[in-house]
Design a protein. Structure first.
Length: 210
């Protein structure tokens, strides 16, 4: 057989595959509900059989799934985003129901994970203390944290806080008479004891400006 014949056969096979794929896509689009109902009925009638197959082929299924996701990363991400956008309320209801039904299981899982990763968590917290402090303060100050605030400068101030001191808001965020902003010029360093005594009062005393 000549190279020309091989090329013609390859083109014919490719065209056949394209026609077959187009046919299946059109059929699926026209019979989506019917296919879903048939699949649901089969799964309901063969739960044990499906579970046994999955258990016996777990590693192969995981490998196949990982390979498909790696080869179709963008397609998979787009499909997920489209599904979540079209099923936002359904997903929220499903998630809420699962969390409510598995509250104790979730608590036990988190407790076990933290117990097994205590040193890892401690190392992360120590390495990211300044960022965590700034983030925590920003969460507490969400209503007083304007979009134009210099977050990099705020993080620097927390990072360079002297030992034994706290980063304090000069004008408290939730004061009794006046409320300040979570911005660099409203931050100062106070000795820890003085800051704990100060609370949310507007006072003057020993402080260090960052």
């Amino acid at each position: 057989m000549s190279d020309i014949d091989d090329s013609a056969d390859a083109r014919a096979a490719q065209a056949k595959r394209a026609r077959k794929a187009a046919y299946h896509a059109a059929y699926y689009a026209a019979n989506r509900d019917k296919i879903a109902a048939v699949g649901a009925a089969y799964r309901a009638a063969n739960r044990e059989k499906i579970a046994a197959y999955r258990a016996a082929n777990r590693e192969r299924r995981l490998a196949n799934t990982a390979a498909w996701r790696a080869a179709n990363r963008d397609k998979n991400a787009a499909a997920k985003a489209a599904w979540y956008a079209a099923n936002r309320e359904r997903q929220a209801a499903t998630g809420a129901a699962w969390y409510a039904a598995n509250r104790e299981q979730r608590a036990a899982w988190h407790a076990a994970w933290y117990a097994a990763n205590r040193e890892r968590m401690a190392a992360y917290r120590a390495a990211n203390r300044a960022i965590r402090s700034a983030d925590n303060a920003a969460r507490r100050a969400v209503l007083a944290n304007p979009a134009w605030a210099d977050q990099a400068e705020i993080t620097r101030i927390y990072k360079e806080c002297p030992p034994g001191h706290h980063v304090d808001h000069i004008v408290p965020l939730r004061g009794k008479l006046v409320c300040g902003l979570h911005v660099p010029w409203n931050l100062q360093y106070l000795p820890a004891e003085a800051n704990l005594k100060k609370g949310n009062r507007l006072t003057s005393g020993i402080s260090q400006r960052p």
